[in-house]
Design a protein around this ligand. Structure first.
Ligand SMILES: [Zn+2]
Ligand SMILES: [Zn+2]
Length: 315
């Protein structure tokens, strides 16, 4: 089969079709999408080598599976299910885990892929494939609300109106807090506004503007310092940015201001599927362009442009 392999360089090449082992099932990939993590891996993040990609919608082809013939999305962490962290509901932190397209597990930029059956979620019938491909990043946006209580009376600054920032902004809107989304790009601010998000240019911020909760989803190493400079004392900073090179931060200001810093990664799929299928989060305006799988190299180039939001791949 054809697959997009990264081994120091990126290439679309022929590889053997994957064979499911243990409780894995074979899945035919229907749609995938390019995430910032994929672009960072190509720059050296995680040191991953293999087939890239972790955001997908597919159809189960293993006839032995109870999901055979069903359209599914899948959680990306394949954990052992037996260790201390797995037994204390922290499966996404299992030290023995592999991660789809990120760590020791071939990803979804291919004709076929494998995942354990327990990672899979069947699509609600009303949900389009193009929307369903956003389940994984939307689950990551929802994870913030699993991690901290945010009261509607608190104000929130979201830094970054990119792919993830636009999803996070839509989720915060449902909570009713006074939320402002900032970006350096006029086009992204305009796009966010067209989606009903309260977005402004970051240049309008003064030193006096502060929030109780800041979320950094700039995808930029300096985003953390920007967010810290607009946090009230005892405020909470949620970090969503993962980059191949990280920023220096002054730890003194964290002690003096009693800031709380919360790293945030993967989240629950069921609430994400629920929000998408009810139309409470609409990812369609975030799609900049859809490429055919054969043109995925062009898709990667296009996705790396600062003005691009989500690139989908039709398999
Ligand atoms: Zn992703
Ligand atoms: Zn484990």
């Amino acid at each position: 089969m054809k697959a997009l392999v990264f081994d120091g360089t990126l290439k679309l090449t022929e590889v053997p079709k994957p064979r499911p082992v243990n409780d894995e099932v074979l899945i035919k990939v229907l749609y995938s999408s390019i995430c910032n993590t994929d672009l960072e891996i190509v720059k050296g993040y995680m040191g991953f080598k293999g087939i890239l990609g972790h955001e997908f919608v597919g159809e189960v082809v293993s006839t032995s599976s109870t999901l055979s013939g069903k359209k599914v999305v899948g959680e990306i962490n394949c954990s052992c299910g037996e260790c201390y962290l797995c037994n204390t509901r922290r499966q996404t932190h299992c030290p023995y885990r592999t991660v789809l397209g990120i760590q020791n597990h071939d990803g979804v930029f291919a004709e076929f892929m494998v995942l354990p059956q327990r990672n899979l979620h069947e699509l609600p019938e009303t949900l389009s494939l193009e929307s369903a491909v956003f389940t994984e990043p939307l689950a990551a946006a929802i994870e913030i609300f699993e991690q901290l209580q945010i009261r509607p009376s608190q104000n929130v600054f979201i830094f970054g109106a990119g792919k993830l920032g636009l999803l996070i902004s839509q989720v915060f809107r449902l909570n009713g807090c006074d939320t402002i989304t900032f970006d350096i790009s006029e086009a992204k601010v305009k796009k966010a506004r067209s989606m009903g998000i309260n977005a402004v240019m970051v240049s309008t911020l003064t030193d006096l503007d502060k929030a109780e909760v800041c979320v950094d989803c700039t995808g930029n190493p300096e985003g953390i310092n920007l967010a810290l400079s607009h946090l009230y004392p005892r405020g909470k900073l949620v970090l969503k940015t993962t980059v191949s090179n990280s920023a220096k931060i002054d730890l003194n200001q964290i002690v003096i201001n009693e800031f709380e810093i919360i790293g945030s990664r993967c989240g629950l799929f069921e609430p994400a599927l629920s929000l998408l299928s009810q139309g409470l989060v609409d990812p369609q305006p975030i799609i900049t362009k859809i490429f055919d799988f054969n043109d995925i190299m062009k898709g990667f180039e296009f996705a790396a442009k600062p003005s691009t939001l989500k690139v989908l791949i039709r398999h």
